[in-house]
Design a protein around this ligand. Structure first.
Ligand code: SF4
Length: 379
């Protein structure tokens, strides 16, 4: 078993009460069945409090209740978890144990990343200046892969997985090629993924293993013609408008977009930000590579690499729109703290709701909205 992680993974540790945006506030926390059963069995006054703090949601799942300004009922005034204090770390439910880590399983690999919805992860990622790499660790046989891994393991196509591992590596290499502009890299990334999709389609149709070879390096990428049209923004953002709202910060983001972006303002605002000294290409490189780690390998399950590649670009463009608004709100400044914050708000809204993540993927499957041509003029 291989554990594949970004090289900053081990740097993370929760900053708990020092966290400005606790992950125990702003959204409801799901409780897995085993934890729910255990909490139900706890005795004494704390057991009573636990039972009063949980409820069965309409979908049949278990959740912690929220109190006050959307804070988990277990979170105390010092932003510390009373359940952790009373029963210990091992008593935390699955979501709280894992967060902000998330896993993707393929072949004999567990690929684990850290979510940008956690501000400490954002600090680690955006304060570093060097490119991120993926590191493999050979794990002992008794390493627990969890139930999810067992479910996925049965259906996998091992040859395609091995090919996709090379694809992920090359995709990251393209995005991190600092000898090229970010626009050039994004176009190259889309072109490369499009070629790989053709190979994948051929492989699927013919079942011919010999076609699973990476396209030659540095074949001409698509050309881009930056136009930053308001219509493209509206098309791109339409799906986000309809998403379930998980957090007030996202509601405010949408309000600010509506107030600031119009036919005659969108392009000048984007250009003003991109030409300012506070626009840092390397931040967007880290973001692109983060989304690539997060989504690209999902293609081993549905062979739809190109939609995940589009998703990587669309997500980055929406965060950039959020940055434009923040830059304007700050009177023409954008700091690393702003960088961490907008990525966090996006991730919290989109990456922690299966429904919202599915909506985004579906949009990226739609040629009329997320065609390569349309994306290449927006980057
Ligand atoms: S958001 Fe991150 S740093 Fe903050 S409390 Fe949660 S895990 Fe800890």
């Amino acid at each position: 078993m291989i554990l594949r992680i970004p090289d900053y993974y081990e740097e993370f540790s929760c900053i708990a009460s020092r966290c400005k945006d606790s992950c125990c506030a702003g959204w409801e926390i799901d409780i897995d069945e085993d934890s729910y059963a255990y909490y139900q069995s706890c005795e004494g006054a704390f057991g009573d409090r636990l039972r009063e703090s949980m409820y069965v949601a309409e979908d049949g799942g278990y959740r912690f209740k929220l109190k006050g300004p959307k804070r988990c009922a277990m979170l105390n005034d010092n932003n510390l978890c009373d359940l952790y204090t009373a029963l210990g770390e091992e008593a935390l439910c699955e979501v709280c144990t894992e967060y902000p880590r998330f896993s993707l399983f393929y072949g004999n690999v567990e690929q684990k990343c850290l979510s940008l919805s956690c501000e400490e992860v954002g600090r680690i990622l955006f304060e570093r200046k060097t490119p991120v790499s993926l590191v493999d660790h050979e794990m002992p046989d008794f390493y627990d892969q969890g139930e999810e891994a067992e479910v996925f393991d049965e259906d996998e196509d091992r040859d395609y997985i091995a090919f996709m591992e090379q694809v992920q590596e090359r995709a990251v290499h393209i995005l991190q090629d600092r000898s090229r502009s970010l626009e050039e890299r994004m176009c190259q990334f889309l072109s490369f993924c499009s070629s790989v999709q053709d190979i994948t389609n051929h492989y699927q149709a013919k079942g011919n293993l010999k076609v699973l070879k990476l396209p030659p390096e540095h074949t001409g990428g698509m050309q881009w013609s930056r136009s930053f049209s308001y219509q493209d923004f509206c098309d791109r953002f339409a799906v986000f408008t309809g998403m379930e709202e998980l957090d007030d910060e996202w509601v405010n983001t949408k309000k600010e977009f509506a107030e600031l972006f119009h036919e005659d303002t969108y392009e000048p605002l984007v250009v003003e930000y991109l030409s300012s000294g506070d626009y840092r290409e390397e931040d967007y490189e880290q973001l692109l590579v983060y989304f690539t780690f997060r989504y690209l390998m999902n293609a081993v399950y549905d062979y739809d690499l190109i939609s995940y590649a589009r998703l990587v670009i669309v997500a980055t463009l929406v965060v950039r729109d959020m940055d434009v608004v923040r830059f304007r709100r700050n009177g023409g400044h954008f700091s690393t703290l702003d960088r961490i914050d907008t990525a966090r708000i996006f991730s919290k809204e989109v990456e922690h709701s299966q429904g919202n993540a599915d909506d985004l993927k579906e949009m990226c499957m739609m040629e009329e909205i997320a065609s390569l041509e349309a994306l290449s003029r927006q980057i």
